[in-house]
Design a protein around this ligand. Structure first.
Ligand code: PLP
Length: 440
């Protein structure tokens, strides 16, 4: 079984730490997916990391295919990032005043993402989407928000709403503690369904402040926009005077060298009104951002009436890490990510095919995931229809062989510039055995 391994000698320290952690922290973790509830077994407590490798407290080594859920695009402890962080920390940890690194990071982001004019820095992706939402509501004077089922935008009340039954229903609270009044301002629609979008905007268009979408969903597994879908989002929001927010927290600076995944080009040709970023741009430290054109961003305090602030926003150490990481994201890095991702995805496909395990691999740039089901996944209902038991067996067999996948069937697999031949070979060697385990 998947749980019997948790008592093996080689995970004794992780198991003991987890047991203690549960007494002082809910579920033993500070973010739920880390608890391994979806796959069973003992979460590995990681003691250190280098390049593409994680080492746990029992001394086991794993090829890292989580990469901190995206940020570690250059690999762990990249020398340039380490040096930048060290130098920044030498100068001070946090000032609560303006500092030069914040300006440098904002300049780098604005320089990379063509339509962006201004960004405001925050400390997490959740803060970025929450603030973008407030700005959109402030700018339009409207309150309703449209999101897609299966898209995750952080744990913002209005964005944790889950779909009710039917197509364009108002949402139900997606968590205890989210008031119905908050979820009730959210309309949840199926992804890749232009007709549902048209219908929702026809009915509620004048009340809708914004539509928020992952540039390419990665939080239900990778579900790329169907051809024309992103353009339809732009057209329909514009027709109804609503803003389009492209959540690039996961895709930003990962899917492509140009930084973003939405429709390329200036605002009047289809760029979103607001963007959110996180993960890669923080280089593994708490830094995130939201931005758009100067006129819209000018509505934020201190210039405008929309309040937004943060004690640690633009933190000097975090911005140093983000800046060094973005500067390290060269075209060669993206070529390498592409190559490594395709090598691993092809091998996973071959191994699962050979073992007779139904599966589908989907892509957004160099971001991919493996669904344990047959046939294309276009929306959340498709994604939910997979064999999560088969994934759990696959996951545990990979882990036993020293490859740490994201512990859920609904996640992208992340690679880094540091995934070299040794790391890739280790993954390729593990796949056939894991595929046979998945087949039951
Ligand atoms: N938006 C997207 C697309 C994400 O993938 C995430 C996190 O996974 C978030 C927002 C929230 O970011 P954070 O976890 O930094 O709050």
């Amino acid at each position: 079984s998947t749980t019997s391994r948790s008592t093996s000698a080689s995970t004794a320290r992780s198991a003991a730490l987890m047991e203690h952690a549960r007494t002082v922290t809910p579920g033993g973790v500070n973010s739920p997916v880390r608890a391994f509830r979806a796959v069973g077994g003992t979460p590995r407590f990681i003691a250190s990391a280098q390049g593409p490798w994680l080492t746990d407290v029992d001394g086991n080594r794993y090829v890292d295919l989580i990469c901190s859920w995206g940020p570690m695009i250059l690999g762990h402890r990249h020398p340039d990032v380490l040096a930048a962080v060290g130098a920044a920390a030498e100068r001070g940890f946090s000032f609560g005043t303006p500092s030069e690194n914040e300006v440098a990071l904002a300049t780098e982001i604005v320089g990379r993402v063509e339509p962006l004019e201004q960004v405001r820095l925050v400390s997490s992706g959740t803060e970025a989407t929450m603030s973008a939402l407030r700005l959109a509501r402030g700018a339009t004077g409207r309150s309703k928000v449209v999101k897609f089922a299966g898209c995750y935008h952080g744990h913002v009340d209005a964005l944790l709403a889950s779909a009710g039954s039917g197509l364009a229903t108002f949402a139900l609270p997606g968590s205890a503690g989210v008031p119905a009044s908050s979820a009730g301002e959210t309309i949840v629609l199926p992804y890749n369904d232009v007709a549902a979008l048209e219908a929702a905007f026809a009915e509620h268009g004048e009340e809708i402040a914004c539509l928020i979408t992952e540039a390419s969903p990665g939080n239900m597994g990778v579900v790329p926009p169907a051809p024309g879908f992103t353009q339809a989002l732009r057209r329909i929001t514009r027709e109804h005077g609503a803003l389009l927010i492209s959540d690039e927290v996961m895709t930003g600076f990962r899917c492509s060298a140009s930084g973003w995944y939405g429709v390329e080009g200036p605002y009047d040709e289809g760029a979103p009104d607001l963007f959110t970023f996180g993960k890669v741009m923080g280089g593994g430290f708490p830094a995130a951002a939201f931005g758009g054109r100067a006129e819209l961003m000018g509505l934020l305090s201190p210039d405008g009436p929309v309040y937004q602030a943060g004690t640690l926003s633009g933190n000097p150490v975090a911005t140093a890490a983000g800046l060094a990481t973005l500067r390290g994201c060269t075209p060669q890095v993206y070529d390498h990510l592409d190559r490594v991702a395709h090598t691993i995805a092809d091998a996973a496909h071959d191994a699962l095919s050979a073992a007779g395990v139904p599966h589908t691999v989907q892509w957004a740039g160099s971001m991919f995931s493996v669904f344990f089901r047959e046939g294309e996944v276009r929306a959340y209902d498709d994604a939910k229809d997979q064999d999560t038991e088969a994934f759990s067996r696959f996951f545990q067999a990979m882990l036993d062989q020293g490859v740490h996948l994201p512990p859920s069937a609904f996640e992208a697999w992340f690679v880094s510039a540091s995934h070299d031949d040794e790391a890739v070979e280790a993954v390729l060697a593990a796949l056939p055995i894991a595929a046979r385990a998945a087949s039951g």
